[in-house]
Design a protein around this ligand. Sequence first.
Ligand SMILES: *[C@@H]1O[C@H](CO)[C@@H](O)[C@H](O)[C@H]1NC(C)=O
Ligand SMILES: *[C@@H]1O[C@H](CO)[C@@H](O)[C@H](O)[C@H]1NC(C)=O
Ligand SMILES: *[C@@H]1O[C@H](CO)[C@@H](O)[C@H](O)[C@H]1NC(C)=O
Ligand SMILES: *[C@@H]1O[C@H](CO)[C@@H](O)[C@H](O)[C@H]1NC(C)=O
Ligand SMILES: *[C@@H]1O[C@H](CO)[C@@H](O)[C@H](O)[C@H]1NC(C)=O
Ligand SMILES: *[C@@H]1O[C@H](CO)[C@@H](O)[C@H](O)[C@H]1NC(C)=O
Length: 929
Amino acid sequence: MEYYVHFKPISHLCLHFLLVLFSCMGAGLSSNIVKHTCLEKEREALLSFKQDLADPSGRLASWMGHACCQWQGISCNNRTGHVEKIDLRSTYHSFLVGKINPSLIHLKHLSYLDLSQNDFQGIQLPKFIGQLKSLRYLNLSCTSYAGEIPPSLANLSNLHYLDLSNPFYDCYSKNMNWLSHLRSLKYLNLGSVNLSSTGVGWLHDVIMLPSLLELHLFYCHIDKSLFRLSPLMINFTSLLVLDMSSNFLHSSFPRWLLNLISLKSLEHLNLRGMGLQGQIPQVIGHLCKLKMLNLGGNDFNGDLQEFLSGFSNCRDNGRMVSELQHLDLHFNSFSGSFPESLRHLPSLKTLHLSSNHMNGSINPQILGQLSQLVDLDLSKNSWEGVLTESHFMNLTRLETFRIGTNRPALSSSLIFNVTDDWLPPFKLRTVDIQNCRMGPAFPVWLQSQTQLVDVLLDNTGISGRIPVDWLLKISSHVESLLLPNNDIGGKLPFQFKFLKITVMDLRHNQFEGTLQQLLPTNVPLLRELYLSDNHLKGTIPPSICQVQYMTILSLRNNQFSGEFPQEWSMWRYLRVVDVGNNNLSGNIPSSVGIPRSLGVLKMNDNNFGGEIPFAMQNCSNLTGIDLGGNKLTGKLPLWLGSKLSKLQILRLRFNYLSGNIPQQLCNLKELHILDLGHNDLSGTIPKCLSNLTSLASGLTSWHLYGDYDEQTTVIMKGGEHTYSSDHTLMWVMSIDLSSNNLKGEIPEEICALIRLVSLNLSRNQLVGKIPSKFRNLTGLETLDLSFNHLLGQIPQSFSSLTLLSHLNLSYNNLSGRIPSGPQLQTLDSSSYVGNPSLCGFPVLTKCEGDDTSTLQTFLGGDSQDEDENEKLGFYISMVLGFILSFWGVCGTLLIKKSWRYAYFQFFDNLKDKIAVAITLKVARLQRRL
Ligand SMILES: *[C@@H]1O[C@H](CO)[C@@H](O)[C@H](O)[C@H]1NC(C)=O
Ligand SMILES: *[C@@H]1O[C@H](CO)[C@@H](O)[C@H](O)[C@H]1NC(C)=O
Ligand SMILES: *[C@@H]1O[C@H](CO)[C@@H](O)[C@H](O)[C@H]1NC(C)=O
Ligand SMILES: *[C@@H]1O[C@H](CO)[C@@H](O)[C@H](O)[C@H]1NC(C)=O
Ligand SMILES: *[C@@H]1O[C@H](CO)[C@@H](O)[C@H](O)[C@H]1NC(C)=O
Ligand SMILES: *[C@@H]1O[C@H](CO)[C@@H](O)[C@H](O)[C@H]1NC(C)=O
């Protein structure tokens, strides 16, 4: 049985970039228009400035005529008439593109310059900015500038506010001397500016700037050496806000920081995603002014109880005075039970403890003290026990509630048991309950929650139908409705108008009926639809193509029949179509290539006929194609190799494809699963297969498609195994060309693919010898060369294939002594039958000159253990692979924790998702090993 992990829906990384973009876009334009005609020289300067900017949305349309003080974004001094303020902060739809014209230096009285979120297309910030000496406010954040920050900024000694944060662009500073001249700075933001080569000591000087209140240095590549070499003695600071997140120290809590913290002024401390380890120093609890503390995404461990009890110092006449409102400790390694010392934090509004190793039951008395809570995230821990009304009695302000265990066990140890007449004191907007028993009936209390925007009930044991009244009440505003892995039945709820819904996930339930009610007008914003593993039938209605924002459509493992709709051209953002394992027929729509954005196409195990549609070659972003188990005819298209360069999985097994295996396939540098078995392919195995870089290096990249869980079946180890993107798919390295009419010899070049785990060339017409270089394939677990015409000896070097657990060389013309070796010793004679000239263990024929008495007995395995052993073997080889090589992002993530944090931090909004997917993967791996 397959389980899924679900998170708040976010459709794709790209979306994240948009989110970042949005987050860069705060308030709009505010311009104080002063009625005054402006000075001619300044007017000309502004016009020159305008000339270097393309203005697609007409933001500068008012920049004409003489009254420049009334132009949009310009403010002048109402006595002198000098331009003092330029505020051209852009909004999402209306940015300016180009560069900054030097004419600005004629605005001698300019004190406020905000050009944030416009697009300077990678230009370097001009030096002349240093001449704008009147500037008090300078905001160039998110302007896509690049290169070095001009040290001439040192001249801006009046600056109070400086924001140069610049995500996604390669900008840096080599030397921070310029900063120490800005003695008036109150606010400094250098987020995402690379400060890795700035030398030592400056951080101290910056923190000691006499007026500095806010310091934002997130993702600045500041590393440990910087801190180690500067013994910071900080005896004064006015700092209120410190954000050092996403600088990867990979160390215990730095001393200088403790030093800083002892000054107690801090209100806002963000150390998220810094790779910090060990215990959190209790002294943090002495920061009684602290309102926000974010230590998420680190590797802190120990019991929270002790750290939190530090806050008990914050007392005034016996009264609790800690002002902490936001505490984020998610994704660490905290253990212990729900900490009793939380009662020292009566002002908490946000508490995130998700993705830790906390256990035990949650004490209602402690939770009851936190009556200000608005956002409570207790998901992905090892909680036990029963949640009842008493847990929630005081949580009248709760809007976001997440809880659950990280183990998708069938009978979860966490139970939600409230009486049917319980009316919760809160009105939730987000509910997220995973791996926690709530069913079997649909919880009555949930039906009182009618303001819900995001609903996730995953593996909660709910069966029966979704209450119609409740659906009707939330349908107008719900944005995500995720109820996967339950036993919910009845018809799909498409009779309602879900005007805001973007993700609907009902996979792995008992839904019946058809999709006929899925009208685009009822789900106008739907992006992701997961209905896999239900009992749906009927045809897929053409109207589904009119759901115009659809990016992911997963209908696999149902009983849909008929043809797949042709109107793909109406989809513009499509990334995934998975209709595997249904009864669909007809031709694969020729319009498949119209949304070029397609990333995964799975139409396997249906009755599709015809040829692989030509238009698919337009989908240059395809990473996975699975059309196996159909009745496709024709040749393997050459463009598969020449146009689809990102392909990682190509599975065309069980069709009627003919012709040669084209050389072009060798261009697929990222391919790691190639399955062309059971077709009518002829010709020879191309020698150029050695060009399949992924299989040679073990390097695969990682594509995320929302919550889509890609599954691919691979024949390995003598059986079918389904690997999913939630587990191990990206690590499967396999070539299967079995059951075709391939001729000629096995090209020695194939032995360059040293990361291969499975190679199946059986049931062809292959001749010649087995190349001795097979010894290079040290990761090989499955090798099937049976039913060919191979000759000669089995290379003795086979003994070095220490992971080989499934070897089939049967029915060839092999001869001579069977090689021996610790691993080969465990295989039985069935690996070799049909080769009458083979001799030696384990076949009965003795080789000439062998001692007749040493007939070894064969050790039979307990068949029940076999499956486990297979899995174990796979994981072992996986681990070997991952020690020996990089696996793109994911391999790196697993190995280098610091990178992992970087990654999580950077993709902030995806954090839980990726983080937890990884934690789960690692946890699973550890359990299995
Ligand atoms: C001039 O500006 C100042 C500050 O912006 C304001 O307080 C004052 O009222 C203005 N005077 C006139 C005449 O608009
Ligand atoms: C901080 O320490 C430095 C050097 O130890 C000293 O010169 C300075 O006066 C101290 N400042 C304060 C505010 O104590
Ligand atoms: C709820 O809050 C009140 C007052 O703050 C407190 O006395 C009571 O113990 C709390 N209830 C629970 C169940 O913790
Ligand atoms: C739920 O609570 C009811 C009444 O308090 C009790 O009878 C029942 O056994 C509880 N169920 C579980 C699973 O704890
Ligand atoms: C392919 O993916 C890249 C990167 O994600 C994207 O920029 C590009 O627009 C995509 N191409 C198509 C045709 O969708
Ligand atoms: C294989 O790679 C080699 C070296 O990179 C290149 O010269 C050759 O053209 C490639 N062969 C094919 C068929 O792509």
